[in-house]
Ligand binder design. Structure first.
Ligand SMILES: *[C@@H]1O[C@H](CO)[C@@H](O)[C@H](O)[C@H]1NC(C)=O
Ligand SMILES: [Zn+2]
Length: 551
């Protein structure tokens, strides 16, 4: 008699019971103690008691119950974006911060993890299951899903189709444009090139995210006169030409290829134009105080006496990773410093502002299978949130933090509490070879098998350097994005809107509803009356108070 499927599975289950649980088998101790896990901090003794967890929960309930009251309408909106900030990245980054402070780490709370409201956003774009940073930027800044690789245009525009994108009916406005239309200020901050996909979602209409300079448009066989490059749009088109703050990397798209920039890097433009100079001339001619800065010292100077318009381009390409900049002696500002400079400039407008702040290189580190750098960039983002929180009045400022898309980094194994988040799992594979707590399903970290066995990556010469590549299952030159939902954290006026699970393209409408901006404002009765209500009421109150004092 042939064994039936049932008898087969029963005997497998019996076998599993003999070894414990087939799905959660007993740990296999590593042959050699991993150097990394030897550093593990032990959990607080108090965690062994029920009382500890009860009081932890009660403190959390109290925190929710004494939730501060917020204004009905947000005056300021700051949107923080972690490019590629997947949920496993959030969890691992918090562990890294705790471990750097000598604690186990899993219990750590990062700045945005104190926000009372969280949600989940669905990130697919119109033509792709798994999106890129251009279609997602269009979703979370313009409120419309569109095609992979396209920016600020509807899904009627296929990627690379200059002619289709020349039709103004396909162009989308961003929440930054909505803010400007309401008389508020707007600004963008990023650690990538300022013409890169995420920040460009705030100001560009382009059939291809790659058209950062006119030479890129030409290289794609298109005419920059018909489809202006992204840098040109930032300086010369609405709404970019009204942004009070523009901070990031990417000087090369602004300078002619016949010139070298402040750090001796060549420009990329073929049209001979210097867009940084054009920006300056525009401001001067309009009589607007302005500053162009290109290094940290320049930016810190601008923080002290903020001009009305601030342009900072700190690299020819992307800015350095925070870890690189620290090592190189900090000649580039941190994301927190750029955020502070932006808020100081934008806060000069009493009507308020919209600010976009991106930690853009979490994504790059993941593409290279470098978890340490990805987590460190995430902590730089958390520090920028802390800075914004210190500088802005809580009652009237809506802070939102999210990601554009996920990545394929796994946070896996059954390591003991406090195990080095950047180290090997406490466990071994069934092949007796170690595996990393943070590893990838694909990417350049793939290692060919040696004598039919997985490579022991901990024997790499460079392990565990900051820029070391973890292992990946499928060889790919660049690790891919992931398709699952990303987290959204919110605090401030109308924060409750951000709970639940929704399309990513709802985000700017939620923020706009909260702040009485854009198309969403027309649907909210409060917005028509609220237009000048907050400042006017405050002025009236101040006048009455002054009168009262005089008597
Ligand atoms: C620089 O731009 C000119 C057009 O102005 C072009 O002919 C030339 O090939 C460019 N040089 C480089 C190195 O890209
Ligand atoms: Zn990416």
């Amino acid at each position: 008699m042939r064994p039936s499927l049932l008898t087969l599975s029963v005997s497998l289950a019996l076998l599993a019971m003999a070894r414990g649980d087939r799905y959660h088998p007993a740990r296999r101790a590593p042959a050699t103690a991993a150097p990394a896990s030897a550093r593990a901090a032990t959990p607080d003794e108090a965690e062994r008691s029920a009382a500890y967890w009860y009081s932890e929960a009660f403190a959390a309930i109290d925190e929710r119950l004494v939730e501060p009251t917020y204004d009905e309408v947000a005056r300021n909106v700051v949107m923080f974006l972690g490019d590629g900030l997947s949920v496993p990245t959030l969890a691992a980054a918090r562990a890294l911060r705790g471990q750097r402070a000598g604690r186990p780490g899993e219990e750590e709370r990062l700045s945005y993890e104190h926000f009372p409201v969280t949600g989940l956003a669905k990130t697919y774009c119109v033509d792709k299951q798994i999106p890129d940073s251009a279609c997602t930027a269009t979703a979370y800044l313009c409120g419309v899903k569109n095609n992979y690789g396209t920016l600020g245009v509807t899904a009627a525009v296929p990627r690379h189709d200059c002619a289709a994108s020349a039709d103004p009916a396909t162009h989308l406005d961003s929440i930054a444009a909505w803010a400007l239309a309401d008389g508020r200020s707007a600004g963008i901050v990023t650690t990538t090139r300022i013409t890169h996909a995420s920040p460009a979602g705030a100001y560009a209409n382009s059939a291809n995210r790659g058209w950062e300079s006119d030479s890129d448009v030409r290289a794609d066989g298109q005419d920059p006169a018909r489809c202006p490059d992204i840098a040109d749009q930032l300086v010369n088109s609405h709404p970019g030409n009204k942004f009070q703050v523009i901070l990031g990397g990417g000087r090369r798209a602004f300078r002619p290829n016949t010139t070298f920039d402040e750090e001796s890097q060549p420009g990329r433009r073929w049209d001979g134009r210097d867009l940084i100079e054009e920006w300056r001339v525009q401001r001067d001619e309009a009589g607007q105080s302005n500053a162009y800065v290109w290094n940290r010292a320049g930016l810190l100077g601008a923080i002290n006496s903020p001009p009305d318009y601030l342009l900072g381009l700190f690299e020819s390409g992307h800015m350095q990773y925070a870890a690189e900049a620290r090592q190189a002696g900090n000649d580039e500002p941190t994301l927190a410093e750029m955020t502070e400079a932006a808020i100081r400039v934008l806060s000069k407008n009493p009507r308020g502002f919209f600010l976009f702040v991106e930690s853009g290189r979490i994504d790059h580190a993941h593409h290279d299978n470098m978890p340490h750098l990805a987590l460190d960039e995430t902590l730089a983002l958390a520090a920028a949130v802390t800075r914004a929180d210190e500088l802005l009045p809580r009652a009237s400022s809506l802070l939102v933090l999210t990601a554009d898309h996920s990545h394929v980094m796994a946070y896996n194994g059954y390591s003991r509490r406090g195990n080095d988040i950047l180290g090997v799992s406490d466990d071994l594979g069934d092949d007796d070879v170690p595996y990393m707590t943070l590893s990838y399903t694909n990417g350049p970290g793939y290692r060919p098998h040696v004598d039919g066995r997985r490579a022991d990556v901990t024997s790499d010469n460079t392990f565990p350097a900051v820029a070391w590549k973890s292992h990946a299952e499928v060889p790919l030159e660049s690790e891919t994005h992931g398709g699952e939902d990303v987290a959204v954290f919110a605090r401030g006026p109308a924060q409750a809107l951000f709970t639940g699970l929704y399309e990513q393209s709802q985000l700017p409408h939620l923020m706009a509803h909260a702040a009485c901006l854009g198309p969403a404002a027309a649907r909210r009765a409060l917005c028509s009356g609220a237009e000048l209500a907050a400042p006017a009421a405050a002025l009236l109150f101040a006048l009455l108070a002054a009168l009262f004092h005089m008597h």
